[in-house]
Ligand binder design. Structure first.
Ligand code: NAD
Ligand code: 44H
Length: 500
């Protein structure tokens, strides 16, 4: 259906046949699906990725006992709860191709959604139910409570403190609180545990989930922590699909062109990849390899490649892009100076830290990334990529810096990215307009950025973010040079001088 459609069919189970005349819909009987996965943090990415893979399997007549129940833990998830309740958890994934064509498809693998702040007891019952065999997570990097420098559990958090001191009948508030309480109930009932499958952009996401959850459980009950360490499986994974925030225009575009009124479709790029370790409790998992998930013994080389090229690459693009006056990732990626800078970072600094992957052409991967970033249809905002820098820069970019310095290499491009972040954190752009900095450490970051007026290294003197990098002249040298240039000549001219 190409021309604008006037009749709009609301997306629901009882309208699915009508919707199916317009866009592909599930071919399986959703009523016959059985619950198997509880997913915490149902945002855009889970819906465009994991739930889409499950839907593909179900369309093949497989994984019918692996239906997903979504769980929202944050107050902001009330909107998702409302949207999903109104449309029986159905939603549309719209793949946007660079030539402007769209591929919408309705996904039906999620069958229920629980908003924990209102239905916490049901969430615990569900997680404790033996039918739940996988608990998957996309709770963002911040949801793992990792101390940026020590790498240990950072228990200095109101939510974690609350969940460690639950009175009888009181409900948890954090993902860790729910998961550990449910595991305690399963252990007490003699039920096998579930697999915890992290799908967040964290290096060694399974290992990190395992260490943090176990450390959290240990603060509550050492015997429970030992049981979790021995019995729960935490597969590592590399997940990839650029999924921007859905806009009102995306909703209208779908309704106008396909005639489907979906309160919250998800839009994404055509590319998708999922590399997963085969490490599940009792070996029990959907046959994801049937839908091109790469099931491997060790994801490390894949995830390092992705986090240090794509995610750190996004960081390299984001702050300089905003300072240079761009709003969207594709605009920034199409700027020849930023493109050269990005390629320079990827080729000269990130790639030398990566182990070779047999059969993988790294040069082609890097150029493909530039093409993906430049897809004009995705309209991924630089603001999305600039958010929560304190969780992203230390996890994705600084490991490259440390490894390069240890190997006696240069880190000029990475230093410029950090300098651009510190300039961005001054919260005023080159035109004097305010920048809305979104970061859970916002106050501290802004204060250090302001203090740079007196002490040009003030931003780096935060050991929680930078460890002892402030004492590394190989890093502080180009950082100071970049910072001074950003102030004197602005982002575009700094880039011109940086990439030659
Ligand atoms: N969007 C992408 O392109 C993409 C691609 C690959 C991986 N990811 C991973 O998925 C994560 C989520 O991305 P998204 O695009 O779905 O974001 P989103 O903002 O659409 O959804 C995030 C979800 O996580 C929840 N959440 C946030 N912090 C939480 C916390 N501390 N505890 C519990 N729940 C929390 C939110 O309430 C929301 O439900 C990313 O942080 C990243 O690790 C995203
Ligand atoms: O979602 P985050 O916070 O982990 O990171 C922001 C982006 O770099 C990220 O979402 C990418 O778009 C994604 O990792 C692509 O697969």
């Amino acid at each position: 259906m190409s021309a604008a459609t006037t009749a709009r069919t609301p997306l629901r189970q009882d309208t699915l046949a009508q919707v199916g005349e317009r866009v592909p819909v599930p071919t399986y009987d959703r009523g016959a699906l059985r619950h198997g996965i509880a997913h915490l943090g149902v945002g855009g990415f889970h819906r465009a990725h994991q739930a889409m893979y499950l839907d593909e399997l179900m369309n093949r007549g497989e994984a019918l006992d692996w239906a997903i129940t979504g769980v929202g833990l944050m107050p902001g998830d009330a909107r998702m709860a409302e949207a999903m309740a109104a449309q029986d958890c159905l939603y549309t994934v719209v793949v946007k191709h660079p030539d402007g064509s769209r591929e919408p498809r309705v996904v039906g693998s999620m069958v229920d959604y629980l908003f924990a702040p209102e239905r916490g007891a049901e969430v615990l019952d569900l997680l404790a139910d033996p039918a739940t065999r996988i608990v998957s997570l996309t709770v963002t990097e911040g949801g793992y409570h990792v101390h940026q420098v020590t790498g240990e559990l950072d228990a200095d958090d109101d939510g974690l403190r609350h969940d460690l001191a639950l009175a009888d009948g009181e409900l948890p508030v954090t993902a860790f609180g729910y998961v550990v309480e449910a595991l305690a109930r399963r252990r007490a009932a003699g039920t096998a545990p579930f697999t915890v499958m992290s799908c967040d952009n964290i290096q060694g996401n399974g290992h990190v989930a395992s260490r943090m959850l176990t450390a959290f459980a240990r603060l509550r009950d050492p015997a429970l922590a030992d049981w979790i360490a021995a019995e729960v499986r935490f597969p590592n994974s590399m997940v990839d699909r650029i999924t921007p925030v859905t806009t009102p225009e995306d909703r209208e575009d779908l309704a106008a062109h396909s005639g489907v009124a979906d309160a919250w479709p998800v839009v994404c790029e055509p590319f998708t990849q999922w590399v997963l370790e085969d490490d599940f409790v009792g070996g029990d998992r959907p046959a994801l390899e049937d839908v091109d998930v790469q099931v491997v013994p060790d994801v490390t080389p894949y995830e390092l490649m992705k986090l240090r090229l794509l995610n750190a690459g996004h960081q390299a693009l984001a702050y300089l892009g905003v300072l240079a006056g761009y709003t969207y990732a594709h605009e920034a990626a199409a700027d020849p100076l930023l493109e050269r800078y990005l390629l320079g970072y990827m080729e000269q600094e990130a790639s030398p830290t990566l182990a070779p992957l047999p059969g993988l052409d790294l040069d082609a991967y890097r150029h493909r990334l530039i093409e993906r970033f430049a897809n004009p249809e995705i309209r991924d905002t630089l603001a999305r990529l600039c958010a929560e820098s304190s969780d992203r820069i230390p996890k994705w970019l600084l490991p490259v810096v440390r490894e390069r310095l240890a190997a006696g290499g240069e880190v000029r491009h990475a230093a410029l990215t950090v300098a651009a972040w510190s300039r961005y954190a001054e919260a005023v752009d080159e035109q004097g307009q305010p920048i809305e900095v979104v970061d859970r450490r916002r106050d501290a970051v802004l204060a250090r950025a302001r203090a740079q007026a007196e002490d040009p290294l003030a931003f780096l003197r935060d050991p929680d973010l930078f460890g002892d990098l402030v004492d590394e002249p190989g890093f502080t040298g180009p950082y100071l040079e970049a910072r001074a240039l950003l102030h004197q000549v602005g982002a575009k001219e700094t880039l011109r001088r940086w990439v030659g």
